[in-house]
Design a protein around this ligand. Structure first.
Ligand code: CO
Length: 210
């Protein structure tokens, strides 16, 4: 058996188990998707949204990229965000980073990595804004983890700067925004930041004609 064939075999077993547990499982999910959560997480293979939150298919709408970024020119993320907020009407958006994130570590170096430089620049900007706080920490991994937390907070604020979120706040008083950081060493999520719907942000980012 080729290694990848194990995945297909496991899939058969998984599907059979679902039906054994709940004969209507797939029938129910086939026609309707009503997740209450949008998850914006890191692509890192060790941070799977459903598994670490004990949720099932149908419960979380997921977008993942390197270092869980909310970049205003990223059509992929914006399309996911608009669909989640305006069509699925999710109640919560979770930006979930993780301690020891390789993307954030790479952004703290001066090494050129090709195309990915352009992506990491967004993290370097977060570092520049919080340089004093980050540089005040001696220990290298604590320093990285501080930037990881600050980056998550910054990405939550980036969500609040979008017209998509601001319009939904005005019309529906939702979704609420959350910043979480997952620990690779203990499997626990540390909720570090929250922006309930309607939270005021720096007025220069607040649209007055939505
Ligand atoms: Co990561």
């Amino acid at each position: 058996m080729k290694p990848y064939e194990r995945l297909l075999l496991e899939n058969k077993a998984w599907a059979a188990e679902r039906v054994a547990d709940d004969p209507a499982f797939f029938e129910r999910l086939k026609n309707i998707q009503t997740p209450e959560y949008l998850w914006i997480g890191c692509s890192d293979s060790r941070v799977p949204a459903n598994e670490i939150t004990g949720t099932q298919p149908g419960e979380i709408f997921v977008h993942r990229n390197i270092a869980n970024m909310v970049v205003h020119t990223d059509l992929n993320m914006l399309s996911v965000l608009q669909y989640a907020v305006e069509v699925l009407k999710v109640k919560h958006i979770i930006v979930c980073g993780h301690y020891g994130c390789g993307g954030v570590k790479a952004a703290m170096t001066q090494t050129s990595l090709g195309i990915i430089n352009k992506w990491l620049r967004n993290i370097k900007d977060v570092y520049r804004i919080h340089r004093d706080e980050v540089d005040g920490i001696e220990d290298e991994s604590k320093k990285t983890n501080k930037l990881i937390e600050l980056n998550v907070k910054e990405q939550v604020m980036n969500l609040a700067k979008t017209s998509i979120v601001q319009k939904a706040w005005k019309d529906n008083n939702a979704p609420h925004l959350h910043g979480w950081v997952y620990g690779l060493d203990n499997g626990l999520i540390n909720p570090i930041y929250e922006m309930p719907a309607g939270t005021h942000i720096d007025p220069i980012f607040e649209f007055d004609n939505l």
